[in-house]
Design a protein around this ligand. Structure first.
Ligand code: ADP
Length: 485
């Protein structure tokens, strides 16, 4: 990888403040999805090393919990500043291993860093309560304490920000972490480990393990020393992990799949709705859990919306994310390509009309054309499963009641979007949508200042905002007797 600060490129797991030398020599090769060139080999570790990391995290966490919150805050702020200083290199690492355009990778670094900064501040605001005594001699004091050691599993679609989003609240609250990045994208996590060391975070507090997913998952879930699991990834894996967490009754935060409806009412600002749909659909080649999966357009404006949408999507330039003029990179791997093709062919078999794209891009490899499917219907795979590719199915609807019913007819409940200029409808629909997040007249909703998260099978817990710290804290009360004289 051609970057300036070569120290950011690490190939080994980071355990107890050290880069682990490989014991048995087993390595995994990592490839750039844009051209299948090998970008490096990372050495993976086994159960012994994972347990070593858990032990180190236990020791570090006990000490870290006692560090004054102002000092914790300063350490996290140093990490924040280091991320900004290294923004360009960190962004390139994302693009090399994940494929997204550099512009998006730069944004991802700023986005992840913002969570570190936000929780650096929040570290100083972990307030308790004083509750009036229930007897005349009693006072009740509530304090909040870190949960302890946190196991953390992250996905490949935002390899840096999904980890930073968890590091912020975990470390600010006084927890320690044992983390595993996705197998496709280890380098972004290892770069954050390097910066955590540079920022002066104590050894053992933040560990990054390259390992087989199941070995890691079972070691973390079996360990009674690990008190919490935080996971971002597919609903299928999240369900497995949730079940396995029961044996040690861990606290669990899950940020799982989504199937976002994107509703355009006929009183919407059409240009703005088209721009919002493009941002929500094609960012990261459609590989985000909040991306618009079902675009519902009211029948009166259906054709007009489609025309404008097609014209603008035509302008998206597909290519290697490292090229300055690229708007859309490749898909992550062969499985993603196969799934995207399957969704498109299933849609055409069930009556969908390909209005744009629909096949592998002429660049070949893992590139897929930005695709639009008109006349989509609720029986199609695209209407029910996450595509995780650049495919926009457009559905027509007649009434508000009908579209809300169709939008909510999903096991998922992560993001949703709608466009209208009617104030009463804005409130009504916002309240009716069974989703953890609603974008009203916008296709981009994430911010470190807001509580990101889903309901139903999209997960539990929230990341960001004043609520985000609660996921990493236990509540304790102290009942004080004998206050009477
Ligand atoms: P995707 O299909 O998008 O890769 P996954 O849920 O499979 O989504 O992956 C998200 C993260 O979960 C990755 O880090 C992956 O290695 C990890 N993972 C997958 N299966 C397991 C498992 N059984 N135990 C622990 N982690 C897992």
């Amino acid at each position: 990888m051609e970057i300036i600060n070569k120290n950011l490129i690490k190939h080994q797991s980071y355990i107890d403040g050290e880069w682990l030398e490989m014991l048995d020599g087993s390595t995994t090769s990592i490839y750039n999805p844009a051209n299948q060139e090998k970008i490096g080999d990372v050495s993976s570790c086994g159960i012994k090393e994972i347990n070593k990391a858990i032990e180190a995290a236990c020791i570090a966490q006990k000490k870290w919990a006692k560090v004054p919150s102002k000092e914790k805050s300063e350490a996290l702020n140093r990490l924040y500043l280091l991320m900004l200083e290294n923004q360009e290199d960190l962004a390139k690492i994302i693009t090399y291993e994940q494929g997204k355009p550099l512009l998006e990778s730069r944004g991802e670094i700023l986005y992840g860093a913002a969570y570190i900064q936000w929780f650096a501040e929040e570290a100083k605001r972990i307030y308790g309560d004083i509750i009036p005594g229930h007897m005349s001699d009693r006072r009740t004091v509530v304090i909040k304490q870190p949960i302890g050691v946190v196991g953390c599993i992250t996905p490949w679609n935002f390899p840096s920000a999904m980890l930073a989003r968890k590091m912020g609240p975990a470390l600010a609250s006084g927890c320690a972490m044992v983390c595993k990045p996705a197998p496709q994208t280890p380098y972004s996590a290892l770069a954050l480990a390097y910066l955590s060391k540079e920022a002066g975070l104590p050894k053992g507090l933040f560990n990054v393990i390259i390992s087989d997913a199941e070995i890691f998952g079972s070691a973390i879930l079996k360990s009674s020393a690990v008190r919490k699991l935080t996971f971002t990834g597919s609903t299928a894996t999240g369900k497995k992990l949730l079940k396995a967490s029961a044996d040690t009754v861990k606290r669990v935060s899950l940020e799982l799949g989504g199937h976002a409806p994107f509703i355009v009412f006929d009183d919407a600002d059409l240009e703005s709705a088209i721009d919002g749909a493009i941002a929500a659909k094609y960012r990261n080649s459609g590989q985000t859990c909040v991306c618009a999966n079902r675009i519902y357009v009211q029948s009166k404006i259906y054709e007009k919306f489609c025309e404008g949408f097609i014209e603008k999507v035509k302008l998206i330039k597909t290519g290697n994310g490292l090229d300055d003029d690229t708007d859309q990179g490749p898909l992550i791997d062969e499985n993603a390509l196969i799934k995207t093709k399957k969704h498109v062919s299933n849609a055409t078999e069930l009556g969908g009309l390909i209005a744009l794209g629909g096949k592998t891009h002429k660049l070949g490899g893992l590139f897929f054309e930005p695709t639009i499917i008109k006349n989509s219907n609720d029986k199609m795979l695209v209407a029910n499963e996450e595509t995780f590719g650049p495919v926009a199915p457009i559905f027509a609807f007649e009434t508000e009641r009908e579209v809300i019913q169709r939008a909510n007819n999903s096991p998922y409940g992560l993001a949703s979007y709608f466009y209208t200029r009617d104030l009463a409808k804005s409130w009504r629909v916002s309240e009716e949508l069974e989703y953890g997040m609603v974008g009203l007249n916008t296709g981009i909703i994430s911010s470190e200042m807001a509580p990101f998260g889903g309901i139903k099978e999209s997960g539990m817990g929230r990341e960001g905002s004043k609520y985000g710290m609660d996921d990493y804290l236990e509540i304790k009360y102290i009942s004080i007797a004998g206050v009477d004289d």
